[in-house]
Design a protein around this ligand. Sequence first.
Ligand SMILES: [Zn+2]
Length: 329
Amino acid sequence: MKYTLSLLLTLILVSCSTSKKPVSEQTTQNTVTAQEPINQASLVLDIKQSMEYLASDELEGRATGSEGIEKAAVYIENYFKKNGIKPYFETYRDSFKLKDIIGYNVVGVVEGNDPKLKNEFIILGGHYDHIGFGKEVNGDKIANGANDDASGTIAAMEFAKHFAKTKTNKRSILVTLYAAEEMGLKGSAHLAERLKNEGFNAYTMINFEMIGVPRSSDESLSYMSGYERSNFAETLNNYAGEEVVGFFPKAKEYQLFMRSDNFPFFKELQIPAHAISTFDFTNFDYYHHVDDEADKMDYDHMANFIAKMIPALEGMMNAETKEVVLKDE
Ligand SMILES: [Zn+2]
């Protein structure tokens, strides 16, 4: 996510209000298969393990083109292999050139279990790059990027792992982790264009951005950028049977919809493609700061967010028809 400092300071000084929306009964039911409840304790351990590595000083803030991001890519590839998430292309890497550096998105697939619906894809993403070094504070120069966006990266990895294990998704999942987001959404733009040129059959896209800390309790668990552009949020809430994704006025005011890796997919593929976040400018002071560290993350919150999103995602993967649609502008 790209913000000017002054904008950020204004945002921090402004608090916001969200209205709790009733969940209507429009969408079809029984799209969520009964399965054993998610083991929150082991989910917390899994998240913690990935976060402590991806946001470690060893990876030096995962700048695109650095050794640190190479280590991050290898970690994600091994995680995919270990959890039955297959490469979508020949390898897991979707490489692109940026002046004199090579960037690479990491892309995996969890095939759907329905002979027809498996040809339709739901893209789940996050950016695994960060800025590398930041303004020095007490001798610390490494901008570890725990919340931005190791948290979203880990959420996408955990969703892919869950469905690769349970095989409860009728539609297929493309899990996509982007490089060069901090350089202007370069990785996602490259992949969106490539998929378009290859005639990729995408249904929807969700980008998970900064989900490491909870919003205050009187607000929805998370919010969706570009809320008004489609019926995505309310449809997910109906599948979940509760409000997991809400409306956040500041997200609209500051056009967050166009500032995150969902936007190239919206532009290139003309599909409902939005970001989901729990960062509301009042709950995290270390944006693009060397103190955006793993120990600032709330693992119980991250596990709760992931567990609550799963029935919503599963509903979308299994609905007979494409119930999530863009609204006319
Ligand atoms: Zn970010």
